[in-house]
Design a protein around this ligand. Structure first.
Ligand code: ZN
Ligand code: ZN
Length: 361
């Protein structure tokens, strides 16, 4: 076993260095994961660019979506063996707090993280990751043979979308769903809404992503850069009474407001994209009250083992074609470039490969 490894370390915004660091220790009950691939996420890009209110001690390891092979098992581990291909949840609910007891484990306030420092810290952009016993026991998933490591790593963002869509029993077969946002989450929602039999309109601003949306069976796409009034454009396209369900997947306050104003009378709106801290939005009380809108705004960054297991099945069955979401590959040494390209919306998800898994062809 190697003593040191390559890992991306975050020093401060815009200062992320790939350097040699010690390979993490295997805890009793835990495992050491040899990372096969990691994927970039909008959250990584945000932290890389502007930091985060409560960061652990810096420099900190970086990246939170990955999958790999079990390289070593700690004392007492019996449910997984060296050499198995696995993907872990980034956290495990405690099973004891008020929320866990109320069957809302995704809101658990005493979670154990795979990555020290929590969901915002990292460790996925590295060669190895130590996973604590709590997660090994509760939130470890074997990767089906037909999925690559990068595809398996997608259970983290897909689990968020799955959680969101399950908060929308309002979507019925044949309903019209408008999704505001053409990023990875918007397109995951597209796949999930299609599986529910909906007619789906995607509003976005990036041509390549809108073309991808078409490939993923969007019924209509609207490039918001080419129109003046987005609500009018949607109504021109689908007619009255308007969308049954509107999903906001951008995290932009103006799009939150627009999404509420877009819904039909009696419709449902999901405000999914998290906005910057301290942001305020303005809603028309008349619209919300007299139009009888249902508004939901789930925040999820702890996916339960059940959500992740089902996300993995959705990827394995092709219900959500993960490979369509992984548009570019980079060696670990070029992770900064990958984050820059992600920010420029060059693709959807960038795959980051450690040296043992990278080949030039
Ligand atoms: Zn993510
Ligand atoms: Zn709990």
């Amino acid at each position: 076993m190697k003593k040191t490894m390559l890992a991306a370390m975050f020093y401060q915004p815009l200062d992320l260095r790939v350097e040699e660091v010690p390979v993490p220790e295997v805890e009793p009950g835990g495992i050491l994961l040899k990372i096969g691939a990691a994927t970039t996420c909008g959250t990584d890009v945000k932290i890389y660019n502007r930091g985060y209110p409560e960061l652990p001690v810096l420099p900190m390891p970086f990246g939170h979506e990955c999958a790999g092979i079990v390289a070593a098992v700690g004392q007492g581990v019996t449910n997984v063996q060296e050499g198995e291909r696995i993907v872990a949840g980034i956290a495990s609910p405690c099973g004891k707090c008020y929320w866990c007891n109320r069957s809302q484990p995704e809101l658990c306030v005493d979670r154990t993280y795979a990555i020290p420092g929590g969901a915002i810290a990292g460790g996925a952009f590295a060669e190895y990751l130590s996973i604590p016993g709590e997660i090994v026991r509760n939130n470890l998933h074997r990767i089906p043979e037909n999925l690559s490591f990068a595809e398996a790593a997608l259970i983290e963002p897909l689990g968020c979308a799955l959680y969101g869509i399950e908060m929308l029993p309002e979507i019925r077969t044949g309903d019209t769903v408008v999704i505001n946002g053409d990023g990875p989450l918007g397109l995951f929602f597209l796949c999930l809404a299609k599986l529910r039999g909906a007619f789906v309109v995607i509003c976005g601003s990036t041509d390549s992503r809108l073309q991808k949306a078409k490939k993923l069976r969007a019924d209509q796409i609207i490039n918001i850069r080419k129109i003046d009034d987005q609500i009018q454009a949607v109504y021109d396209l689908i007619g009255n009474p308007g969308p049954d369900v509107v999903i906001e997947a951008t995290g932009v306050p103006a799009v939150w407001e627009l999404s509420v104003n877009m819904a039909r009378r009696g419709g449902a709106v999901m405000l999914f994209g998290g906005c910057k801290g301290g942001t305020k939005v303005t809603f028309d009380t008349q619209k919300i009250h007299y139009d009888c809108l249902t508004i939901k705004s789930p925040s999820v960054y702890l996916q339960t083992p059940d959500l992740l297991e089902r996300s993995l099945k959705l990827l394995a069955s092709g219900g959500v074609p993960g490979r369509e979401f992984i548009t570019h590959s980079y060696p670990l040494e070029q992770v900064v470039q990958a984050l820059e390209d992600h920010k420029q919306k060059k693709g959807l998800k960038m795959e980051i490969l450690p040296p043992d898994f990278w080949s030039d062809d």
